[in-house]
Write a protein that binds this ligand. Structure first.
Ligand SMILES: C[S@@+](CC[C@H](N)C(=O)[O-])C[C@H]1O[C@@H](n2cnc3c(N)ncnc32)[C@H](O)[C@@H]1O
Length: 379
């Protein structure tokens, strides 16, 4: 089928789907000043001011007893009692809001104890605004806020030695030992480029009448989540899709940029696990990749309670792994990075690959690592 008449684009210069992800964890200045709600006491005007500095706005929201979840014009925001995760794409300037965030947190008697900043290789790096075109400059900017902690920055190589994943971490003294108290977190991020057209065709909405939930169903994204997750999905006009899903403290977020020339999709999941993960997250990766069917995918797993054995993902079916890196961070957490590409054996023609109609998995119920076995302490 020829889709050329169906597809539209929103930006003749190309949309940068690759997100910049900033996570900051806080601790009370002293025990007396600790509150039940912590960062969740930030007012809507305060949140809007932070987002304005980054260059985005709220388009939808969802709340439960642990987390406030927002879909943004450019990706997502999650606010927990002691942790904030802000993920933005396009030409947003996520680091521009750090100063104000620390200010607001200080007003709530909270001080930062951990920061992690990550992103994949941008599709259009030189179109990124300051300080995002160069990782070294981003690191300088982050150090200006968090440099008094233990910091480290790494570029992890993908195919042909090209940097493919960037990670910056800052941790206050004692953060490593406090992980057991706050409950170790696992964060899985997958970035996928050149998505199958059979997948991306579901995310065009020129009439503005398509709903996010219809896109979630028809694309099979709904199959990723057990029924315990509450989904908030949003269809952009004329194209594009974002979704946040929450289940108690666990979160997941998916974003799709479907435009042909710069198609990009991302999947993220954050959950608590003080136990060995088994192979649940690996099955989840297989499922996500079988639904998005990208030509290339990069994966990062950040474990606060790393298992003694290396946690890497076996090749999803039809894919080859061309890079696996494991980095032990100073404060005891571990990042595993992997890069995959579609197997050459299946690459008859790029045209055939992007039109491939591989069957979707029947159901992915119960693959998602369960957050229920862990404490209900705020993240
Ligand atoms: C849904 S957002 C999410 C991008 C995300 N980081 C990803 O993984 O692709 C981007 C998509 O929505 C489209 N879009 C439409 N209106 C938009 C808007 N007002 N702001 C940002 N993106 C918009 C973009 O062209 C693009 O296809």
């Amino acid at each position: 089928m020829d889709y050329s008449d169906t597809f539209a684009t929103t930006d003749a210069d190309g949309f940068e789907g690759v997100e910049k992800r900033l996570e900051v964890a806080f601790t009370p200045v002293d025990m007396e000043s600790d509150t039940q709600d912590g960062l969740r006491l930030l007012s809507r005007p305060q949140i809007s001011s932070l987002l304005e500095l980054a260059g985005c706005t709220i388009v939808s929201e969802l709340h439960n007893e642990h987390v406030d979840s927002y879909i943004l014009s450019e990706s997502s925001l999650f606010v927990y009692r002691h942790r904030i995760i802000l993920k933005t794409c396009g030409r947003t300037q996520v680091l521009q809001c750090v100063s104000l965030l620390l200010n607001y947190a200080s007003g709530l008697s909270l001080k930062p104890c951990f920061c992690r900043y990550t992103h994949g290789s941008f599709l259009f790096p030189l179109k990124q605004p300051f300080p995002h075109s160069w990782f070294e400059v981003e690191v300088q900017c982050l150090d200006s806020f968090f440099g008094y902690m233990d910091t480290e920055a790494h570029s992890l190589d993908g195919e042909h030695g090209q940097p493919a994943w960037y990670v910056y971490c800052a941790a206050a003294d004692g953060y490593g030992t406090s992980i057991a108290d706050h409950g170790p977190l696992c964060t899985l991020e997958i970035g996928m480029t050149f998505l199958s057209r059979d997948f991306t065709r579901h995310f065009f909405n020129e009439s503005g009448r398509q709903t996010g939930s219809a896109m979630t169903e028809v694309s099979c994204i709904s199959k990723i989540f057990p029924s315990s997750f509450v989904l908030d999905d949003f269809a952009f006009t004329p194209c594009g899709y974002s979704m946040n899903a929450i289940d108690r403290e666990a979160l997941s977020t998916i974003h799709v940029t479907p435009e042909d020339t710069w198609s990009y999709g991302s999947f993220e999941a954050v959950w608590r696990s003080s136990h060995s993960l088994g192979d649940s997250w690996q099955k989840l990766v297989e499922t996500v990749i079988s639904i998005f069917r990208p030509l290339r995918a990069v994966l990062s797993l950040h474990e606060e309670a790393p298992s003694s054995r290396a946690s890497s993902c076996p090749n999803p079916s039809g894919y080859v792994c061309n890079s696996t890196k494991r980095k032990e961070m100073q404060h005891g957490t571990v990042v595993t990075f992997q890069a995959f590409h579609r197997s050459l054996a299946r690459q008859k023609k790029v045209k055939d690959i992007i039109r491939d109609t591989t069957e979707y998995p029947a159901s992915c119920e119960a693959l998602f690592p369960s957050p229920h076995e862990h404490s209900a302490e705020g993240a």
